[in-house]
Design a protein around this ligand. Sequence first.
Ligand code: FRU
Length: 494
Amino acid sequence: MISKMLRRARDFENKYLPYTVSELPKFHVTGGIGWINDPNGFAPYKGEYHLFFQYYPYDTKWGPMHWGHVKTTDFIRWERLPAALAPDAEYDQDGCFSGSSVELPDGRQLLMYTGVRTVRRRNGMIESFQTQCIAVGDGVDYEKHANNPVIDASSLPEGGSVHDFRDPKIWRENDRYYAVIGNRCKDGSGTILLYESEDAVSWKYVSIVSSCHNQYGRMWECPDLFALDGKDVLLVSPQEMEAIGLEFHPGNANVCLIGSLDKRINHLVRESVQAIDYGLDFYAPQTLLTEDGRRVMIAWMQNWETSFSKVQELRFFGQMTLPRELSLKEGRLIQNPVRELEKYRGIKNEYHNVLINGETSLRSINGRYLDMTVTVRPGNENNIYKWFRLYVAKDGEHFTFIRFRPETGTIKVDRTHSGFPHDIVNVREFPINSRNGILKLRIIMDRYSLEIFVNDGEQAASFVLYTPVEAGSISFSSDGAVLLNVEKYELCID
Ligand code: FRU
């Protein structure tokens, strides 16, 4: 049965969604209208891939969380489905927070999410109570389970906080269900807990998979745990992170822990820790396994810190990254755009061995919907160039640039002049694996975004750009001689 609250959200969508279509990105998921944050329930179901998201349809700011819903067969074209969940039960009356989904053996789809209930204490303090809930449905309509909440404070390990206990990521393995859930422990920082169940309804606590110990941020949100290329990988989104060199930026950050799960105690033995995305806009990633065995990740292409700065005229706020294929190489995470994007490549323009020294633009190398690979190498072996810059989304007033300095081995992206009408953080710099001035950048652009993949996915960096779409010039600039190869495809997605 559909509650009044969910019916209202669906009616609202039916009424207003037709008006927003022309202002949306072409291939990045948005809510269509209203606010979105974290991806939820990203998983295969009946031969398609479903994606839900934190959603407040009525305004472009965060509000009582619903779950919005889309699905796809190729990660590029998405079909919009009606809102899936509304905060309409006592145990989730203040929000259906993040979670995940799984296909049940009987063909139904199960959603697992955090139900939030807040209480105002006599002293005025507001306390949030977070429990894990499930809903089961047919891929469109979902019924919340009579046993909800299915995991509550009674199965937290000692010292675990019921006020920060959220974002279950469920999976099925050997006929059992498992879920990792973010929690805050006694030292005030995050832990990732593992739970186990035979039927996805009765759960028991198993172990602490990994603890923050106040080292990488504080509370850890939105965990995801999976096997990848012979290792185990844990993704977390830490709050209150302090910057560590150029590797981790402050605030709401993103961290990938790579190691091996000690199966006797179900604890991750860490081998390395790195940032997932080095851009300004990336949070709460979630992954799925495709039928052909690829681990694909999607994330909220936004940052909580800058989520108040928006374009007033737009009726939607928040978008997802382009889904990425993950792999490991030499102990590091490699990310590349899903290969399905290549089906949408249209006209190709290419240049080889263009010598630049100063500012240059190249005929037909422009646009805002594109997939472009730029390879840079020194034009003079004896005197390596000082810096190379690639400008995108340019017109007389606006530009965003990517600058590479071979000497320091760093990339800096600056969107100060991209058209944000707010004074926010607009610059991010990060170290790359420098190879004597040789650099390969793959740039994916949609109406409001720039995603950069460095050296075949060794690093990825995501940025929201609110530059007017007419600003489509691209230019190259260097201090010192640089040899350029450029291969640009228009992306044709209607
Ligand atoms: C992460 C997060 C989650 C929570 C959701 C609420 O961005 O804070 O921990 O479930 O957003 O919308």
